[in-house]
Write a protein that binds this ligand. Sequence first.
Ligand SMILES: Cc1cc2nc3c(=O)[nH]c(=O)nc-3n(C[C@H](O)[C@H](O)[C@H](O)COP(=O)(O)O)c2cc1C
Length: 310
Amino acid sequence: MLRIGKIKIKYPYFPSPLAGLTDFPFRKLLDSIGYVGALFTEMVSTEGLIRKNLQTLKMLESFSSPTPKFVQLFGNNPHSFAESVKYINDNTSFDGIDLNAGCPVKKVVNKGAGSFLLKDTENLKKIVKSIRKNTEKAFTVKIRLGFKKVNISETIKIIESEGADGIIVHFRTKKDGYSVPARWEFAEKIKELTNLPVIGNGDIFNIETAKERLKKVDGIMLGRGIVINPSFFKELKTGKREKDYIILERFIRLMEDFYPEEKWLPRLKAFLRYFSKGKGISKKIKRELFLSKDYEFVRNESLQIFSELD
Ligand SMILES: Cc1cc2nc3c(=O)[nH]c(=O)nc-3n(C[C@H](O)[C@H](O)[C@H](O)COP(=O)(O)O)c2cc1C
C-alpha cells in the first residue's frame, strides 16, 4: 500500500492541482465519484494567505470525507511558507501540504516561485526545510524535470534530505511547455534516485496508458485528463464509467451552491472547455456555448447536449 508520511493511501490515483479547475465543487464532485487517493486544491498563494486575502481564504474551504486532502502552496519566501503552514495547521482540517515547484506561468516565475525554484535550489531547500519544520502533516513537492535543463538528481536529493514525504513529477522541464510529450523515460531513473514514493504526471488520457504508467511509479496524477473524464479513476479500477450527464448535473449543483451567481458562467465554461473534449460535440455548438453571455442558456444547452450523448 502507498503511504505518504502518516497517510495510508487507498488508491494510487491522484487528480492534479489545477488553477481555476480543482476548486471546492470540482473536488467534491471527484470525491463523490470515488477512487481518488487524495485531493489537491488549486495552487494557493502564501502571500495571499498570510495577508488573509478573502479570495485566497475561500480556496481553503474544504469538506469532510475519508479522502485525504492536500493544500498546494506556491510562493518564494520561506518565512511566508512557515506562516501559511501554521495557519493551515491551526485553522483547517487539511491532511497534507504540497509545494508547487513546477508552475511555468510568467507572473509566478518572475516572482521566484513555482518552477523558478527548480533553478533556485538554495531557496527550494530553505522552503522545504521551513515547511517540514512547521508541520507533521503529509508533505509532498510537485516538480518538473528541471527549469531549462533536467536537474532532478539535485532537486530530489534536496527534497528527500529536507524531510518531504513524497515527490510528484510532471515529466517535462519548464522550457518544454506542453510542446513535447511528457518524458516518462525518466521514471525509472527517478525511482532509483529516491526512497520516497514517486507520483508520475503528464499526458495520461486513456486507461491503457494509465495502467502502463502505474508499472513505473508508485502513483499516477492526472491533470487535464481528469476534467475531460472525472470518472477516469472509477473506470480504471472498476471498468465502469459514470454518465457524463449525471456528472455535469452534479457539478452544476455543487458549483451553484458554492459560488455567487456572477461566477457561474465563467466557472461552468472553464469546466466545459475540458469536459466537452473528444465527445463528438460539433465546433459550431461549442462556439455557441463559449461565446454566450447567458448563463441559463449555457447551463440548459450543455445539459441537453450531454443528455443526448449518454
Ligand atoms: C489549466 C491548468 C491549470 C494548472 N494549474 C496547476 C496548479 O495550480 N498547480 C500545479 O502544480 N500544476 C498546475 N497545472 C499543471 C498540472 O497539474 C499538470 O502537472 C500538467 O497539466 C500535466 O498533467 P496532464 O498532462 O495530466 O494535464 C495546471 C495545468 C493546467 C492545464
